[in-house]
Design a protein around this ligand. Structure first.
Ligand SMILES: Cc1cc2nc3c(=O)[nH]c(=O)nc-3n(C[C@H](O)[C@H](O)[C@H](O)COP(=O)(O)O)c2cc1C
Length: 307
């Protein structure tokens, strides 16, 4: 591989390279061990976990959508306690750097999730707080559609021993305000973006294709939305560390997010199509930097601003 300095940092968290996995797109993480060395990527983000176990939404939960996909998995998971017992040891053995992701339906759920993750091993270097999930205390919205609700959730992690990243939804016209409220509440940085609301209908039966009717669009189609979201937040809050995610399936798409302002990039849907996608994307980033005389990936962070 060419000699490019791929090291980066998301706030206080140093990474050997900018390629991360996106929450919920590589099982609980250890499943990927059969395809790649998990210690080779910058960081592995696990599927969002709650303090309770949850079976998720009714099937069908995944349908194709052009070059992307629509899912309504609904944050199925074993709960934090069972995950620590059944899945975390495999990640420790694999030598992965792990970011745990947590979710909840109420602010209290997030407070209980914080308590449940107090005692994680050093393998876990940060927490992604997934506020892009339904807020059952205000049925009209997700937490991440409201500055107030986002603030209340992130406040539960204030003073936590690990850095926290608020994972935001692009389905709002108030992205900057919501990001600012997460930072005001003590978040270290912002992850952008979660899926975009979508829906498909079976023309034969005239019924929605997903069991939960509506779902989240991901993959190549949402990449421009992710680039715009990262660009907007970097422009408004240039000191805030950003993790970019959305439709990254090539090294070039990852570099676009970095140029928009991301310090690291998560890969999601591409891994469903090609389990080794993260390794290939990392090689492509390295190759592109070499060909374009970029000696360090950090030169590229936010470099599209002011051009
Ligand atoms: C099947 C599926 C499950 C997902 N589960 C989660 C999750 O548990 N927590 C979360 O924050 N995001 C979840 N996401 C969103 C991804 O992490 C990512 O933000 C989104 O898919 C956009 O990236 P992509 O286009 O590279 O997939 C999920 C996405 C998919 C497709």
């Amino acid at each position: 591989m060419p000699k490019v300095d791929l090291t980066t940092a998301i706030g206080p968290v140093g990474l050997k390279n900018p390629v991360m996995s996106a929450a919920g797109t590589s099982g609980h993480g250890a499943e990927l061990r059969q395809y790649m060395d998990l210690s080779e990527i910058g960081c592995l983000v696990v599927k969002s976990l709650a303090h309770f176990s949850w079976n998720g939404n009714p099937a069908p939960r995944i349908v194709g959508a052009g070059p992307g996909m629509l899912n309504s998995v609904g944050l199925q998971g074993p709960g934090i306690a069972n995950w620590k017992r059944d899945y975390l040891p495999g990640l420790v053995t694999a030598g992965a750097k792990v970011m745990i992701s947590v979710w909840g339906r109420t602010v209290e759920d997030f407070a209980l999730a914080r308590v449940a993750i107090e005692d994680l091993p050093d393998t876990v270097v940060a927490v992604e707080v997934n506020v892009s999930c339904p807020n059952l205390e205000d049925r009209s919205t997700m937490f991440a559609h409201s500055s107030g609700a986002t603030y209340d959730v992130l406040k539960q992690f204030e003073g936590f021993r690990l850095p926290t990243f608020a994972k935001l939804s692009p389905n709002t016209h108030q992205l900057v305000e919501v990001a600012q409220s997460a930072i005001d509440a003590g978040a270290t940085g912002i992850t952008l973006v979660n899926t975009i609301f979508g829906m498909r209908i079976d023309t034969r039966t005239r019924k929605p294709l997903l069991g939960a009717i509506r779902g989240g669009l991901s993959g190549v189609s949402i990449h421009p939305v992710a680039v715009r979201s990262v660009f907007d937040i970097y422009e408004a809050l240039p000191q805030v560390p950003i993790i970019g995610v959305g439709g990254v399936s090539t090294g070039l798409e990852a570099i676009e997010l970095i140029l928009a302002g991301a310090s690291a990039v998560e890969v999601g849907t591409a891994t469903f199509v090609e389990p080794r996608a993260m390794t290939r994307i990392l090689e492509e980033i390295n190759q592109w930097c070499d060909e374009n005389e970029v000696s360090s990936i950090s030169e590229l962070i936010g470099a599209s601003h002011g051009q």
